[in-house]
Design a protein around this ligand. Structure first.
Ligand code: 4AD
Ligand code: MG
Length: 441
């Protein structure tokens, strides 16, 4: 007898077909005369029914979760309300164990996600990934990444791959990972922004989806040491153009992601309350946010009432975003609390043409700005920040060879996902999260 056709789970073969499925035992329910095996293969789930002679075998009696199996059988339609992941199940007539799973790790996937302590979960991330929530988040992650690429293709941005090993900082010296590069000092990149800016003359508007690295020593819900940074840079634009583009990208990415019914199903399970944002996003200047925080008695990092010039810390920002409960473009941050490259607002030189996009439940998911495009101003900014301009010669040259008004932004993919999938922390949104003191598995 030849083997019946091999199918991936979650595909739509019709009832009556004889098939062969391969996967791992995700759920197991034994009754007196029948064993229900929910098989999982990374594409979907299939309820498989073992009965008769099959369940008298040693292999069936000793079956454990995560054991990999090949099962032959016939697909049968199910009554609509039956407790199975699909509208059909597989009636097995033959199966073989490909690789047994040791019993003491039974509790590793869904069970540990609910009951396990944080360290156990993190140590067992390779197994936790097999669970329903973790695999759903990773599927959504793939779909969101694809949607960003598609949105950028639609808006005619060209993808580039800037280097991860660099000799310049972008977002301040405090979070640099330094390493020895053939005897010279080098860093893991914090942001590809400076490189993207240099691409504008040759490629037009550009984007990249690359890892960025930050040596963030404090442990928070939304800081990783390595994260996926989606960055874009646009040439010959105004600050308003930048905000309009960003709004479009966020809404279009959500739309494309949810257009796939399987992915939309995952999002619904993970975050039943998620509603796609509507345009325009609420605009709020930094100065207004400070007033709002004062009015609502939310203190600054020193426990004092907020004042103009203060950093808006994570907790305060989150409180405000959750309270307003809509996406916010927070704009016009003071020069002193923002990076050296940000362009000042012509009508108020105390502030920059900068924007943070804040989302309920997470806070900042995007940071962006117009860039200082004047040579003299940039030289003054290096000086103000105590940055040696020498290693930045290639960035400075952008202002010496046909400068232009331009701007861009960086979006943290894990934060975007934490918002969309309603996750407590960005750690659930990275395949193998890296944060202070955690580099395994
Ligand atoms: O606000 P940031 O530091 O801005 C930049 O790096 C700019 N150079 C980007 C640009 O204009 N091209 O970082 C941008 C975004 C943040 O809004 C946040 O979503 C994410 O990157 N991010 C982090 N995500 C996880 N862990 C961290 N430690 C992060 N630091 C920043
Ligand atoms: Mg920022």
């Amino acid at each position: 007898e030849t083997d019946p056709a091999k199918i991936k789970l979650g595909t739509s073969d019709s009832p009556g077909t004889r098939v062969r499925v391969l996967g791992r035992v995700h759920h197991l329910r034994s009754q007196k005369d029948i064993i229900f095996v929910t098989l999982k293969d990374g594409y979907g789930l299939m309820q498989c029914v073992f009965s008769g002679k099959l369940i008298k075998t040693y292999a069936a009696l000793t079956l454990t979760l995560e054991t990999s199996l090949a099962i032959h059988g016939e697909l049968r339609a199910l009554p609509p309300k039956a407790h199975a992941p699909l509208d059909r199940e597989l009636h097995a007539d033959y199966f073989t164990v490909i690789g047994a799973a040791v019993g003491d790790k039974d509790a590793i996937t869904n069970k540990v996600q609910q009951d396990g302590d944080a360290q156990t979960l993190l140590d067992n991330r390779h197994l936790v990934l097999r669970g329903d929530n973790a695999s759903a988040v990773m599927k959504v992650r793939a779909a969101v990444t694809r949607a960003f690429r598609q949105t950028y293709v639609e808006t005619r941005l060209t993808e580039v791959t800037p280097p991860a090993m660099v000799q310049t900082q972008v977002e301040g010296g405090a979070t640099l990972f330094e390493f020895n590069y053939y005897g010279e000092k080098a860093y893991l990149t914090q942001s590809s922004q400076l490189y993207l800016e240099t691409c504008l003359p040759s490629l037009g508007d550009v984007f990249c989806i690359c890892p960025s690295f930050r040596a963030e020593k404090s442990l928070t819900r939304r800081h990783l040491s390595e994260y996926t940074h989606i960055e874009a840079e646009l040439d010959f634009i105004t600050f308003d153009d930048l905000l309009a583009h960003l709004e479009h990208v966020i809404c279009r990415v959500i739309e494309l992601t949810l257009a796939d019914p399987v992915i939309a199903g995952y999002v619904k399970e993970l975050n039943p309350k998620f509603t796609p944002p509507t345009r325009p996003f609420r605009r709020m200047k930094y100065a207004e946010a400070i007033e709002w925080l004062i009015e609502h008695n939310i203190p600054n990092e020193e426990g004092q009432p907020h004042k103009f010039g203060d950093d808006i810390a994570e907790a305060a920002e989150r409180k405000m975003t959750d309270e307003l409960n809509v996406p916010i473009f927070l704009t016009h941050f003071p020069v002193e609390i923002k990076a050296f490259y940000m362009k000042k607002d012509d009508s108020d030189k105390r502030v920059t043409e900068s924007v943070d996009a804040l989302m309920p439940g997470v806070g900042e998911i995007v940071g962006g700005s117009m860039r200082m495009d004047d040579y003299e101003e940039l030289m003054a900014a290096y000086k103000r920040e105590g940055i040696d301009p020498a290693p930045y010669y290639w960035y400075t040259d952008q202002r010496r060879y046909g400068t232009s008004p331009h701007g861009g932004y960086g979006l943290g993919l894990e934060r975007f996902l934490a918002w969309m999938c309603g996750r407590w922390t960005v750690r659930e949104c990275a395949l193998y999260p890296r944060f202070a003191y955690r580099c395994t598995p």
